[in-house]
Write a protein that binds this ligand. Sequence first.
Ligand SMILES: *Cc1c(COP(=O)(O)O)cnc(C)c1O
Length: 397
Amino acid sequence: MTDPTHKHQFIIDDLKRLEAESLLISIRTIESAADNWMVVDGQRVLNFCTNNYLGLANHPRLRAAAQQAIDRWGVGPAAVRTIAGTTALHRELEQRLAAFKGVEDALFVQSGFNANQAAIAPLVGKGDVIFSDRLNHASIIDGCRLSGAKIIVYAHCDPADAEAKIKEHLPRYRRGMLISDGVFSMDGDIAPLDGLYEVAQRYGVLTMVDDAHGEGVLGRGGRGIVDHFGLHGQFDVEVGTLSKAFGVVGGVIAGKKIIVDYIRQKARPFLFSSATTPADTAACLAAVDVLEESEDLVQKLWDNARYLRTGMDDLGFDTGHSQTPILPIMLGEAKLAKTFSRRLFEEGVFAMSIGFPTVPQGLARIRVMNTAAHSQDDLDFGLKVFAKVGRELGVIA
Ligand SMILES: *Cc1c(COP(=O)(O)O)cnc(C)c1O
C-alpha cells in the first residue's frame, strides 16, 4: 500500500524528471499589451511569440468596440447561449463570420479549443470512426477522444494514406469523419485539403478542418485555408479561432446550415458553459470589419514573414519546411532550445522554445512568430540577435 503521507510523491518525481529533461515549462509574465514590443518579466523585449498575426490584439478599433460594448451590454454574459446568453452581438458575429468564410452558417463558441470539443461529438460517436492526421492539434485529439469514436491516425498530410486507412477501416463502422488541421501550428505546413477532400468525398466520409492558423493568414484577405483551395462550402465543418489573427478570443464552427444547426442542439460546451462576453464579441466584430475593408495587414504579415525567413536562411539556420508565417528554428535537443531562448531574452528578444510533448522528442525548436505590427527595423534587430546567439551556441557558423 502507498504510504498516505507520500501521496504527492508522484508529482515531485515527475516534476524532477521534467526539470532534468529540460521539459519543465517556465511561464513568463507579460506586463504590457500584446504588440511588436512588450514588457515581459520587467524587461522591454521584441515580441516573436504571439499568434497576433495581424496586430489586432491591441488595435484601436477593436479596443474602441470592446469599450462601447461594455457601456451598452455590461461585462458578463450571465447565462449559457441556449438559455439567456445569446445576444444580438453573437448573432451578428455569426452571420458576419459565415459571410466572411463563404459558408451557410456559423456558431460562435468560447474558444478554438472549445470549438473542437463542441463540433465532433454530435457528428460521430461510439460505432463510428475518425481519420485523423498524425500531427493534429491537441484540441482536435481531445475532441475526437470525447466523441467516443474509434480514432485511426493517418500519415501526416498524406491523402493516399488517408485513403488506405479509410478503405481498410470504414466498412466496419457506421460512419466516418476525416479531420485535419489546416495549418500545422508547430511546423507551418499546409494540409493538402483538395486531396483530402477528394478522398473523403469518394467514400462518403464527413469532413472537418481546423483553420486556427489559416484564418487571417491564408486565402483572399485572410479568408482562410478553404478559400486558399477554393473549396467554399464543401467541408462539413470548418473550425476556427478568434484568438489568433483575429486578435481577441473565441472559437467558430462554420459550415453547412444543417450541420451548424445540429451542433447548436447538441454541443456540450455550447449548452453547458457561459457565452462569450459582450466586449470580446464586439471586438471580434470589429476584427471582421478590419479584415473585410482591406488586405493591407495580411500583405504586411506575409512581406514580414518572407523577409524574416530569408534572413534566417541566409544566416544558416534550419527553418524547416513552413509554407506560412510560422517560422520554426530547428535546434534538436530541448536543452539547447531552452538555452537559446534564454539567451535571446537576455539580448532583448522574446521567442519561446518548444519541446516535447508539443513537438516530437528531438525536434525541439524556437518558434518565431512575426506579425503585421513589426517594422523592418524590428525584424533586423531580431535577426541581429539570432545571429549573435546562434554563433555563441555553435548553431550557425
Ligand atoms: C490554437 C489552436 C486551437 C485553440 O484555439 P484557442 O482559441 O486558443 O482555444 C485550436 N486548434 C488549433 C489547430 C490551434 O492551433
